[in-house]
Design a protein. Structure first.
Length: 162
Protein backbone atom coordinates (compact mmCIF):
# COMPACT_ATOMS: atom_id res chain seq x y z
CA UNK A 1 0.00 0.00 0.00
CA UNK A 2 1.28 3.45 -0.81
CA UNK A 3 0.38 6.89 0.45
CA UNK A 4 -1.86 8.75 -2.00
CA UNK A 5 -1.81 11.95 0.04
CA UNK A 6 1.18 13.31 -1.87
CA UNK A 7 -0.58 13.30 -5.26
CA UNK A 8 -2.27 16.66 -5.20
CA UNK A 9 -5.08 17.85 -7.38
CA UNK A 10 -6.99 21.11 -7.25
CA UNK A 11 -9.93 21.35 -9.61
CA UNK A 12 -13.07 23.39 -9.48
CA UNK A 13 -15.03 26.33 -10.62
CA UNK A 14 -16.48 29.28 -8.80
CA UNK A 15 -19.78 30.73 -9.88
CA UNK A 16 -22.17 33.11 -8.24
CA UNK A 17 -25.24 31.28 -7.09
CA UNK A 18 -28.16 31.50 -9.52
CA UNK A 19 -26.39 34.06 -11.70
CA UNK A 20 -26.10 33.67 -15.46
CA UNK A 21 -23.07 35.38 -17.02
CA UNK A 22 -23.87 38.49 -19.03
CA UNK A 23 -23.18 38.10 -22.76
CA UNK A 24 -22.36 41.57 -23.96
CA UNK A 25 -20.88 41.65 -27.51
CA UNK A 26 -18.69 44.67 -26.74
CA UNK A 27 -17.29 43.06 -23.59
CA UNK A 28 -16.64 39.87 -25.53
CA UNK A 29 -14.82 41.82 -28.27
CA UNK A 30 -12.71 43.59 -25.66
CA UNK A 31 -11.78 40.29 -24.05
CA UNK A 32 -10.48 38.94 -27.35
CA UNK A 33 -8.58 42.10 -28.23
CA UNK A 34 -6.02 41.61 -25.44
CA UNK A 35 -2.51 40.80 -26.36
CA UNK A 36 -2.37 36.98 -26.18
CA UNK A 37 0.39 36.88 -23.59
CA UNK A 38 -1.18 39.47 -21.33
CA UNK A 39 -4.63 37.93 -21.58
CA UNK A 40 -3.34 34.45 -20.86
CA UNK A 41 -1.41 35.64 -17.81
CA UNK A 42 -4.29 37.72 -16.49
CA UNK A 43 -6.63 34.73 -16.61
CA UNK A 44 -4.03 32.53 -14.92
CA UNK A 45 -3.41 35.02 -12.15
CA UNK A 46 -7.02 35.14 -11.02
CA UNK A 47 -8.72 32.36 -9.10
CA UNK A 48 -6.26 29.68 -10.18
CA UNK A 49 -3.30 31.60 -8.81
CA UNK A 50 -4.87 32.61 -5.52
CA UNK A 51 -6.46 29.22 -4.86
CA UNK A 52 -3.39 27.41 -6.15
CA UNK A 53 -1.02 29.21 -3.81
CA UNK A 54 -3.30 28.60 -0.85
CA UNK A 55 -3.57 24.91 -1.76
CA UNK A 56 0.21 24.64 -2.13
CA UNK A 57 0.79 26.29 1.24
CA UNK A 58 -1.83 24.31 3.17
CA UNK A 59 -1.97 20.89 1.46
CA UNK A 60 1.12 20.34 -0.65
CA UNK A 61 3.53 22.01 1.78
CA UNK A 62 6.70 21.42 -0.26
CA UNK A 63 9.98 21.31 1.59
CA UNK A 64 13.49 22.31 0.59
CA UNK A 65 15.02 19.57 -1.53
CA UNK A 66 11.75 18.09 -2.85
CA UNK A 67 11.40 17.13 -6.50
CA UNK A 68 7.98 18.10 -7.83
CA UNK A 69 6.21 17.36 -11.10
CA UNK A 70 3.76 20.12 -12.04
CA UNK A 71 1.50 18.36 -14.52
CA UNK A 72 -0.41 20.94 -16.57
CA UNK A 73 1.75 23.92 -15.63
CA UNK A 74 0.19 26.38 -18.09
CA UNK A 75 2.13 29.65 -18.09
CA UNK A 76 4.24 28.63 -15.09
CA UNK A 77 3.23 30.98 -12.29
CA UNK A 78 2.57 28.21 -9.77
CA UNK A 79 5.55 26.20 -11.03
CA UNK A 80 7.81 29.16 -10.21
CA UNK A 81 6.19 29.43 -6.78
CA UNK A 82 6.82 25.72 -6.15
CA UNK A 83 10.46 26.16 -7.26
CA UNK A 84 10.86 28.99 -4.78
CA UNK A 85 9.51 26.80 -1.97
CA UNK A 86 11.72 23.77 -2.71
CA UNK A 87 14.75 26.09 -2.69
CA UNK A 88 17.80 25.62 -4.92
CA UNK A 89 18.41 22.10 -3.59
CA UNK A 90 15.01 20.95 -4.92
CA UNK A 91 13.63 20.98 -8.43
CA UNK A 92 10.36 21.40 -10.29
CA UNK A 93 9.64 19.79 -13.64
CA UNK A 94 6.74 21.68 -15.22
CA UNK A 95 4.83 19.92 -18.02
CA UNK A 96 2.15 21.18 -20.39
CA UNK A 97 0.94 20.02 -23.81
CA UNK A 98 0.42 23.58 -25.07
CA UNK A 99 3.59 24.88 -26.75
CA UNK A 100 2.41 28.51 -26.64
CA UNK A 101 1.86 28.42 -22.88
CA UNK A 102 5.23 26.77 -22.41
CA UNK A 103 6.91 29.53 -24.42
CA UNK A 104 5.25 32.12 -22.17
CA UNK A 105 6.40 30.19 -19.10
CA UNK A 106 9.96 29.94 -20.38
CA UNK A 107 10.08 33.65 -21.20
CA UNK A 108 8.75 34.56 -17.77
CA UNK A 109 10.60 32.05 -15.58
CA UNK A 110 13.43 30.68 -17.72
CA UNK A 111 15.98 32.17 -15.33
CA UNK A 112 14.78 30.07 -12.37
CA UNK A 113 17.58 27.52 -12.06
CA UNK A 114 15.65 24.73 -10.34
CA UNK A 115 12.68 24.91 -12.74
CA UNK A 116 12.42 23.28 -16.15
CA UNK A 117 9.54 23.48 -18.63
CA UNK A 118 8.89 20.59 -21.00
CA UNK A 119 6.19 19.63 -23.44
CA UNK A 120 4.20 16.61 -22.37
CA UNK A 121 0.86 15.36 -21.12
CA UNK A 122 -0.68 12.90 -18.68
CA UNK A 123 0.33 9.95 -20.86
CA UNK A 124 3.80 11.16 -21.71
CA UNK A 125 5.67 13.30 -19.20
CA UNK A 126 9.33 13.37 -18.14
CA UNK A 127 10.28 10.31 -16.16
CA UNK A 128 7.00 8.51 -16.79
CA UNK A 129 8.97 5.26 -16.87
CA UNK A 130 12.01 6.05 -14.78
CA UNK A 131 11.93 9.10 -12.49
CA UNK A 132 10.09 9.53 -9.25
CA UNK A 133 8.77 12.71 -7.69
CA UNK A 134 8.15 13.57 -4.08
CA UNK A 135 5.00 15.51 -5.07
CA UNK A 136 2.90 15.60 -8.20
CA UNK A 137 0.86 18.76 -8.49
CA UNK A 138 -2.07 19.40 -10.87
CA UNK A 139 -3.99 22.66 -10.74
CA UNK A 140 -7.22 22.91 -12.75
CA UNK A 141 -6.09 20.12 -15.08
CA UNK A 142 -7.73 16.76 -14.44
CA UNK A 143 -11.13 17.84 -15.74
CA UNK A 144 -9.57 18.34 -19.22
CA UNK A 145 -8.16 14.80 -19.43
CA UNK A 146 -10.52 12.23 -20.97
CA UNK A 147 -8.84 9.13 -19.48
CA UNK A 148 -8.60 10.03 -15.81
CA UNK A 149 -7.80 6.46 -14.78
CA UNK A 150 -4.68 6.51 -16.96
CA UNK A 151 -3.42 9.83 -15.60
CA UNK A 152 -3.82 8.70 -12.00
CA UNK A 153 -2.14 5.38 -12.77
CA UNK A 154 0.80 7.20 -14.37
CA UNK A 155 1.09 9.66 -11.49
CA UNK A 156 0.89 7.02 -8.76
CA UNK A 157 3.67 5.00 -10.45
CA UNK A 158 5.99 7.99 -10.16
CA UNK A 159 5.41 9.04 -6.53
CA UNK A 160 8.46 8.37 -4.34
CA UNK A 161 8.11 5.87 -1.52
CA UNK A 162 4.86 4.33 -2.65
Amino acid sequence: MFNLSRVHHLNGERTQKNKTPELNPQKMANLFSYDAELGCKQRSLSVQMVDGKMFIETKVAPQAGNTILDLGCGTGELSAYLAELVRPEGKVVAVDPDKERLLLAQRSYGDVKNLSFVEGNASNFPGIESESYYNIFCNYVIHWIPDKQEVFKNMFKRVEGK
